[in-house]
Ligand binder design. Sequence first.
Ligand code: PMP
Length: 306
Amino acid sequence: MSESFVFYQGKIVKEDDVKISVRSKAFNYGLGVFEGIRAYWDDENEQLYGFKLKEHYDRLKQSAKTVNLEFDLTVDELIQGTVDLLKANNCRTTTYVRPIVYNDALDIGPTLDGKDAKVVIYTQPLNKYAGKPELSVGVTSWKRISNNQLPPRTKATAAYMNSALAALETKRAGFDEAIFLTDGDHVCEGSGENIFMFKKGKLVTPPPSDNILEGITRDLVMKLAKEEMGLEVEERSISRSELYVADEVFFSGTAMEVTPIVEVDHREIGTGHEGEVCKQIKSLFFGLTLGQNPKYAESCTPVYDK
Ligand code: PMP
């Protein structure tokens, strides 16, 4: 295997040269925030496109600010660092990019005093994340963390214990993924993706006040539905049983992309197969990840010089 590089503290260095202590607060208490980004490979033109880099790094800065882990690198420097890293690793397939900002102090105690935050970015080939093209999901008994517990709009590493518990429970019960409810029993999101429902000609998705991560794919799906398909899009609370009688339900997320849900709690959704709205949104989505759609070209940052 060829040598792998990471972006660490503003520089591209060998992955093996970056060490994290067993004493690090990031390891002991999960004191970090992170992002999940995709870079899409265009085989025909032998080009790789970082997707929505600005949006992801804006969110990373906001997550870091919220939990007092601020750092000096600007969004432009993080974007450039990502391009340099993808080049250094000679990524020539669709790739996941994982930036992490973490508290690397070594003393005992879960403190967030803003000091010692480090920034690392690594890359990982990732084609499809969903194990199947159509998903069967179940509502988990674990409730989604709320804004006054661990702000869900920050992508905090510690929050993923909540996600992992939900995924564990629903996978053991035979489902492909989990759907969280809020403390108030509104539909929230999946363990790592936002959720949409299509019913009576309208696309509906939970609002940020229902403790979702404000997904970058979610924003794009709403924009595509409104501007390219002329659909009415509503952000409002959804109750669990509304999903059962929806015409379509689907997930959106960087890893999950746009993936249809055909069963919720063993109730078949719509026809029991991917619906037309999901299919169209998926096709619009994949139609712009390689910079092919001029209106959305700025979503795609070319990596290799041409
Ligand atoms: N919710 C959660 C909990 C997530 O981890 C993710 C993945 N980042 C999403 C939603 C989807 O967000 P995005 O579209 O920005 O990847």
